[in-house]
Write a protein that binds this ligand. Structure first.
Ligand SMILES: [Zn+2]
Length: 277
C-alpha cells in the first residue's frame, strides 16, 4: 500500500510531497518547471537529463526508458524543452516520473542554424552559471526562458538576444560590467576605455595599460541591452554589435575562468576588440 500526503494539489509548487510506503520507508515526489539543458545516454534505454528549474535550480535526473521509440515522454526531454516535471527523489539522482511540455522551443529552433547555435550558447552558459545542484537561481531560469522564447519567435536578431541574456545573467551572478560609470572610482561616464579585470568601463585616470578602447556607440549598445532598451539596441551599427559581442564574451570568459578554473572555456571567442592600446 502507498499512502500519499499532499498530492491533492498537483499544481506546480516548491513543496516536496512525502509519500509513505510500507516497504522501504519514505520517498518523496516534487514538481517543478524547468528547461532541459543537456541529455546524456545512460545504459541501453535511459538518459540523464540536466534541467534548470524554477525553484530547485540545476537538477540532474534519470529519465527511464526514454530512448525507446514507445517512450511517452522521451521527445519532451530534449534540449530546449520547457517542461513541467514531476521528480521522485532518488538516492543519488532523482528520477523523472511525469513530463508535460510547456513550450517546445527546440522544434522552433532546429530549422535555423544560427538561432539553434545561439540557443546552445544560452543553455551552456546557463549550466555554468547555475552553481551547485539544487541551489535556487530563479532569476537565471527566467532569463533562459525569455532568451529561448525570443530566439524561437525570431523577431530580434539572435546575437543581440544572446548578448542581452549574457549581460543580465552576469548581473544576476554579481558580475555586471560597469558600462557608464568608471568601474574603479565610480566617476560618471561615458568613458573611453574598457578593461575586463578592472570590471568594465574605466575613466582616463583609472585606465590600466592594455585596456580596450571601444567606440562610444558600443558601450551605449551594451547599456541598452542590459536595460532592455530594444529601440536603442536595434538601432546600433553592425560594427558596434560585433565589438559589443567581443566585450561581453571577454567579460564572461574572464569571470567563468576565475569561478570555474577547472572547466573548459565557452566556445565563443572574443572578437572585434579593436583599438586595444
Ligand atoms: Zn575612474
Amino acid at each position: 500500500m502507498i499512502g500519499l500526503q499532499g498530492l491533492g494539489s498537483a499544481a506546480a509548487g516548491p513543496t516536496r510531497y512525502r509519500v509513505l510506503r510500507c516497504d522501504d520507508g519514505d520517498v518523496s515526489l516534487y514538481r517543478d518547471s524547468g528547461v532541459v539543458l543537456r541529455v546524456q545516454k545512460l545504459g541501453e534505454a535511459d538518459r540523464i537529463v540536466t534541467l534548470l528549474t524554477r525553484r530547485h535550480g540545476r537538477v540532474r535526473a534519470v529519465a527511464k526508458g526514454v530512448r525507446r521509440t514507445s517512450s511517452r515522454f522521451g521527445a519532451r526531454l530534449e534540449p530546449f524543452g520547457h517542461v513541467d516535471v514531476q521528480f521522485h527523489t532518488g538516492r543519488s539522482l532523482d528520477i523523472v516520473t511525469q513530463v508535460q511540455t510547456v513550450d517546445g522551443f527546440g522544434a522552433r529552433l532546429v530549422g535555423d542554424y544560427g538561432r539553434y547555435t545561439t540557443g546552445c550558447a544560452v543553455l551552456e552558459t546557463a549550466e555554468r552559471l547555475a552553481g551547485a545542484e539544487g541551489e535556487p537561481v530563479q532569476r537565471l531560469y527566467l532569463l533562459v526562458v525569455g532568451a529561448l522564447r525570443a530566439l524561437a519567435d525570431g523577431q530580434r536578431e539572435a546575437a543581440l538576444v544572446l548578448d542581452a541574456f549574457l549581460l543580465r545573467a552576469m548581473t544576476a551572478a554579481g558580475w555586471a560590467p560597469a558600462l557608464a560609470e568608471c568601474a574603479r572610482c565610480g566617476s560618471p561616464g561615458p568613458h573611453q576605455a574598457f578593461n575586463v579585470p578592472a570590471g568594465g568601463a574605466v575613466c582616463g585616470q583609472c585606465r590600466p595599460a592594455g585596456s580596450a578602447r571601444p567606440a562610444p556607440e558600443t558601450l551605449r549598445l551594451l547599456d541598452a541591452l542590459a536595460e532592455g532598451n530594444w529601440p536603442v539596441a536595434e538601432a546600433a551599427s553592425a560594427a558596434a554589435r560585433r565589438e559589443g559581442s567581443g566585450l561581453v564574451a571577454a567579460h564572461l570568459q574572464w569571470h567563468l575562468e576565475r569561478a570555474l578554473r577547472s572547466l573548459p572555456l565557452v566556445e565563443r571567442q572574443p572578437r572585434g576588440l579593436a583599438g586595444v592600446d
